[in-house]
Design a binder for this molecule. Sequence first.
Ligand SMILES: *Cc1c(COP(=O)(O)O)cnc(C)c1O
Length: 367
Amino acid sequence: MKVAQTEIRSRPSGTPLSEQNRAERLARPVFGSAFTEHMVSIRWSPEPGWHDAELVPYAPLPMDPAMVGLHYGQVVFEGLKAFRCVDGRLGIFRPDAHARRFRDSARRLRMPEPPESMFVDAVSALARQDQDWVADDPNISLYLRPILFASEPRLALRPAQEYRMLVIAFVTEGFFGREARPITVWLSEEYCRAAPGGTGAAKYAGNYAGTYLAQEQAAARGCEQVVWLDATERRWVEEMGGMNLFFVYGDSPRPRLVTPPLSGTILPGVTRDAVLSLASDLGISTVQTPISVEQWKADSASGALTETFACGTAAGITPVGHVRATADSWSVSDGKPGPVTGMLARRLAEVQRGRADDPHRWLHMVT
Ligand SMILES: *Cc1c(COP(=O)(O)O)cnc(C)c1O
């Protein structure tokens, strides 16, 4: 009989990677490739609930071809980072906020909700085990990827009754490489990412496959990312594929930060939330209000809108320099990175690396 057990058993045996293998993985840590040596695995079934929590060597999974997650998409995930701090320790950025969102995503997909303490323990255990993968280099961080999927092999059209949670990790330089170079974005007028009442606010695997076609159109027009508009009017700016958007109004003497409100079709970014707090800490006023494409263009042209940036865990804070659409294109702040974007990006990086005060207690130190 299985017993409930969420305390993580450590079985980090297996053959460690050779130094050469590790060096090869770390030589080019392109996003999502330089995986570390271990993973956490936890199972769920109606009785006894969460059990078999263990830290094991990273390895392929045996998979039943009728696994529900594969067929009907009951799969949610998270993405959070650990940073090498000035005192040499590893700090995980806001694991509690990611744990809450993981629960919310699971609830939306009618999956069991992983307890927040179990989530924090799982990401901490893996970060602790593989911490020596993270060099003392400000461009490097450890990206932790928790995932929860329906593992029951039964194709009835109902929520599965068996689930598996994994946490894996990889070392990364940042999504767009090392520099914060302004990106060019594509307004998708043909496709949409999320509709009212849908799954857009959940970090649900199926939300991403639907964006690749638009991403390909963006790339064909020389754009790095897609900006999604609302599904109803195709007029209101929502977010990018994996980042939330902010608009800086240069109102003197103090700038003002505008971001669309969390209406249910926007993913509630932890970085978005952090930027709103950091801006307030720095005396920048913040407004959560819808912004239309016309307004983005007109205010960029008039100079009232001085900067646009995107933010998310993977890429941090990234300036947006140019906007393209089928029949239109414009630049923001002459395509250069702006001072407010720079100030917020620096501040965020300082907090993440333990170089600045952490009044919100966002860093969870790995001991
Ligand atoms: C993960 C994600 C974000 C950013 O969220 P963070 O918590 O800041 O990383 C934004 N949009 C989408 C669609 C996402 O999946």
